[in-house]
Design a protein around this ligand. Structure first.
Ligand code: F0G
Length: 452
């Protein structure tokens, strides 16, 4: 394909401050005037629509690209390129991200008191988390803008994803992670993909503080989720979800909340879909946090959303162990616009929900399981009705945190913690490995007793 033909889309984009509305240069992350976050807008959409294509034509085009042999079309992100910032196709770094399945979860539905329940499994992306959808856009932009180095602070999934995309794109990458507070599998990914990986003796919020200063002083492009190009890529999960529902929006979408970029991205996608006439109503977007890492919940309950209430975060769902989320204002806007809500869940509730998702033959990492735990509470409170349609966004793969899973099934997860007695209720979900003599009789005896 010629370069001219492959400039990816119709969408000329601009960066705009979410606070004061001023525009900003393409490789900035905060407004120079008020320090608020930036978002990408597409001024052309108002005047010209989408390059003369109707929403009906685009829906068909996006679907057709799934059977194309072009790697850019095969990406579940770039097949929606009409709604993404312009990147030359020779600059695109793709590992065929996106195109993730929606599964029905009948047993989880029953245990939550729902007639039906669906999960969009973003953990089935190439590096095992939803981060890949944003990383393909932001890393491609970094390469197009001429950066040689990219960097992020991370609870593990962003770093794994960034390291992979940097490697594929011939960029150097620097990872800052909290020492001892991320899962081994995630750490091993960034090592294997060749990132310079630094374990800092602080938490995620501390890593962010250090990195923000480093990128001010060095020609290194920041790939944390304050990066507005990441949000653009993460939008595509919602486009794809609507496509999988034949453009009939579900009543609710439930997402885990950490740094709050994913909820922001999904909400932005829905807003744009409505603006462009793809859908006529918005699903309610609700954000679930761990009780020990609940700054958004506290911000809403204690200040009515006026002022962020940072917390010292502590949860075994290490991916969302974040006390000072950067995208809190964007997430608040999404919750308000869609009439969604926030909820918080305990460590034991997270562990139970994770086991239930696993027992469906699907599985996810602990941070993703807050969605089911949160749904149960939202059904009890009456916010979600039994006959409504609900989609949980599962953000990470089961194998991202095998240590958690093994400890859970061996019954060790809460040993010596204040939740030890509360955790007794988890016993029915636990399946510890059984050690047997290597004899046929022993195995048959076991099978017979299992049948009873
Ligand atoms: N689920 C998983 C599996 C995550 O890794 C994260 C964030 C979230 C949910 C929360 O998403 O931050 O957009 O609200 N992980 C980041 C990281 C912070 O560094 O990997 P969010």
């Amino acid at each position: 394909m010629s370069e001219q033909a492959t400039k990816t889309g119709t969408s000329v984009s601009t960066l705009r401050c979410i606070g004061c509305g001023r525009t900003a240069l393409a490789d900035r992350f905060r407004c120079e005037h008020c320090r608020d976050l930036l978002e990408i807008i597409y001024p052309g959409w108002d005047e010209r629509g989408l390059g003369g294509l109707s929403s009906v034509a685009l829906k068909q085009l996006w679907r057709n690209r799934r059977s194309s042999l072009d790697p850019v079309d095969q990406s579940g992100v770039w097949r929606f390129r009409e709604l993404l910032p312009e990147i030359y196709s020779h600059q695109i770094i793709s590992i065929r991200e996106g195109n993730t399945p929606v599964y029905e979860l009948p047993h989880c539905a029953k245990s939550a008191g729902m007639r039906q329940l669906f999960a969009k499994h973003q953990g089935l992306n190439p590096t095992g988390s939803f981060k890949d959808t944003g990383m393909t856009v932001a890393s491609s932009f970094a390469r197009q803008a001429g950066y040689r180095w990219v960097a992020c602070a991370s609870t593990g999934n962003t770093s794994a994803s960034m390291a992979a995309y940097a490697a594929r794109g011939g960029l150097h990458s620097l990872v800052l992670i909290p020492d001892g507070k991320i899962s081994w599998s995630k750490l091993s990914q960034s090592l294997d993909y060749g990132a310079i990986t630094c374990q800092l003796k602080t938490d995620f919020d501390g890593c962010v503080r250090v990195l923000n200063e480093v990128v001010e002083r060095m020609p290194v492009y920041l790939l944390n989720s304050v990066n507005p190009y990441r949000v653009e890529g993460q939008k595509t999960a919602a486009f794809e979800l609507l496509e999988q529902f034949d453009w009939q929006p579900p009543d609710h979408i439930i997402v885990p909340g950490g740094n709050l970029a994913n909820s922001s991205a999904i909400g932005k996608a829905l807003r744009e879909m409505k603006q462009l006439g793809f859908i006529s109503r918005l699903p309610k977007v609700s954000v679930i946090q761990a009780e020990g890492a609940n700054p958004l919940v506290r911000t809403i309950h204690e200040t009515g959303g006026e002022k962020l209430v940072p917390v010292h975060a502590e949860t075994m769902a290490t991916a969302i162990r974040i006390g000072n989320p950067a995208s809190w204002k964007k997430a608040l806007r999404v919750i308000a616009e869609t009439d969604g809500t926030v909820e918080q869940v305990t460590e034991v509730e997270i562990a139970a929900a994770k086991a239930e998702i696993g027992a469906e033959g699907i599985g996810c990492e602990p941070a993703s399981a807050v969605t089911l735990a949160g749904l149960k509470k939202l059904v009890k409170s009456g916010f979600v009705k039994a006959n409504e349609s609900v989609v949980l966004v599962l953000t990470g793969h089961l194998l991202k945190d095998s240590e958690f899973t093994l400890k859970f099934h061996r019954g060790d997860l809460f040993t010596g913690t204040p939740q030890q007695s509360e955790a007794e209720i988890l016993k029915t979900h636990q399946r510890a490995p059984l050690v047997l003599e290597p004899s046929v009789d022993a195995v048959i005896a076991l099978l017979n007793s299992a049948e009873e």
